[in-house]
Ligand binder design. Structure first.
Ligand SMILES: Nc1ncnc2c1ncn2[C@@H]1O[C@H](COP(=O)(O)OP(=O)(O)OP(=O)(O)O)[C@@H](O)[C@H]1O
Ligand SMILES: [Mg+2]
Length: 450
């Protein structure tokens, strides 16, 4: 070792000017590479480059202090202290327009859960509004330090549609547009506190789908605030907070579903309306929105009321039957509520909805009631405690991103005027979907007379 050092010193003394030149050239090259890499970054991301480099420099120290790195236990302990060998998750920092992204490789005992637990401390250390943790694949994690939160930007323009089958939900915190595949989805459950953005999100779905003749809408507004009146010209059926009216509408929709189930094979030649070309003008997707569904489904509210109680029981039966049996005949039911407890939204309905959205709520229990208990393990994308009005219109959705079961996104903002204009322009597409079904001759001919 000493000999090599001596030779190097000798060579440096003999050729010192060449060594200095080579070092300067190397420095210049490194500077050019850095300049090119910075120039290639998106313009908004350049300002975060020094910050990303600085925090990259401090990563081993931070990881040790957060207990996400440790001395290699493979060697015996004396050895490991001697060599100073430490296992630290490898991290690559890259600036982005909202802060920086850190790609982390997991190490034994340190994975998504451990970094998720540290996300609040990471956010404090990196002076970020929040740090989100996601897992795109096995052994790989992505931390996003949002110095400015992309979810705070109001989303006024929707991307071009991808056809009836893909429903645009909003833009996630990587600025990716996210769609839900509606095929074989019988229910979408929407929860969130008052003013969270539930009705606006549902309206944005209706605005997207309204220009298609292959969709018919049924709207029930349990709040009785005429939230869907603007859309009435396009909707097949519209109802308010009156229980009898809502029950009547639900009976009609349920009747349509049972008729469809009875003749789907005969009419479409397949038992699933989503197979082949999917819903059509003759067999449209029926989207039934039951907004503020507690008005029709909460039994505790009508306890002791002999008239209302059986009606509420019937509403519960009808909605849960629609969600349980409507999948294959293109019936989509959307219960939305401010209070996603089992009283307002019976579990027979909620648990059969494959897609759930939760807008800001006060507690993690309320979030778990909509999204399932798994959300408790995904603190960095939970909708609990999101401040309103800043995060109005931001929801956590049961939509897979990589290995994560949840995605947090901002829904599109649609004004009342926009909704009214779309409804007016597509009002000619409003049809009674029952009209297209073949007339069924009852087994007992006497039914025709009655
Ligand atoms: N995606 C969004 N982007 C920006 N603002 C939004 C968004 N969604 C909703 N808002 C704002 O929040 C207000 C309330 O939204 P909305 O009526 O959809 O809430 P809600 O959850 O249905 O409330 P409630 O439970 O009282 O019916 C809207 O008037 C609108 O101004
Ligand atoms: Mg509403």
């Amino acid at each position: 070792m000493l000999a090599v050092l001596a030779v190097a010193v000798l060579v440096m003394c003999r050729y010192w000017h060449q060594v200095v030149l080579a070092a300067a050239a190397l420095d210049g090259l490194v500077l050019v590479v850095i300049a090119v890499r910075v120039a290639l970054l998106p313009s908004g991301a350049r300002r975060y480059w020094p910050l990303a480099r600085w925090y990259r420099f401090g990563w081993p120290r931070l990881a040790a202090n957060l207990w996400v790195s440790y001395p290699d236990r493979h060697r015996d302990s004396d050895d490991s202290w001697l060599t100073g060998k430490t296992l630290c998750p490898r991290a690559r920092f890259r600036p982005d327009p909202h802060g920086f992204t850190v790609k982390v490789k997991t190490i034994p005992g340190v994975g998504r859960l451990e970094l998720e637990k540290s996300s609040r401390f990471l956010a404090d250390h990196w002076r970020a509004a929040r740090v989100s943790v996601s897992q795109p694949g096995p052994g790989r994690l992505v931390l996003r330090a949002h110095r400015t939160d992309p979810l705070l930007e109001v989303l006024e323009v929707m991307p071009p549609g991808r056809g009836l089958r893909y429903l645009y939900l909003g833009r996630d915190d990587c600025a990716d547009d996210r769609f839900a595949d509606l095929a074989n989805v019988p229910g979408i459950c929407v929860g969130g506190m008052p003013g969270g953005g539930k009705s606006t999100e549902v309206t944005s779905w209706q605005v997207q789908l309204a220009p298609s003749p292959a969709v018919q809408f049924v709207n029930l507004d349990g709040k009785g605030a005429d939230e869907y009146r603007d859309f009435e010209p396009r909707a097949w059926l519209t109802g308010g907070d009156d229980l009898d009216e809502a029950l009547g509408i639900l009976e009609i929709v349920h009747g349509l579903m049972t008729d469809r189930l009875a003749c789907v094979r005969e009419v479409l030649g397949t038992k699933n309306a989503w197979h082949g070309a999917g819903p059509s003008q003759a067999w449209p997707l029926v989207m039934t929105t039951v907004d503020e569904c507690q008005q029709y489904l909460d039994l505790t509210m009508v306890k002791g009321d002999k008239q209302a109680e059986p009606k509420v029981r019937r509403c519960i039966f009808l909605v849960s039957s629609l969600v349980r049996r409507g999948r294959s005949v293109a019936m989509l039911t959307i219960p939305a509520t401010q209070k996603p407890t089992t009283d307002s939204l019976p579990s027979s309905i909620r648990d059969n909805c494959p897609v759930s959205l939760c807008f800001p709520v006060k507690t993690i229990d309320a979030a778990a009631a909509t999204l399932g208990t798994e959300i408790r393990k995904y603190e960095s994308c939970s909708p609990a405690g999101l401040p309103v009005p800043d995060y109005t219109g931001v929801a956590t959705v049961t939509l897979r991103t990589g290995q994560d079961p949840f995605t947090r996104l901002r829904g599109p903002w649609v004004s009342e005027d926009q909704a009214a204009a779309v409804a007016a322009a597509s009002a000619h597409l409003r049809k009674d979907p029952r009209a297209f079904l073949p007339v069924r001759v009852p087994d007992d001919a006497r039914e025709l007379v009655s």
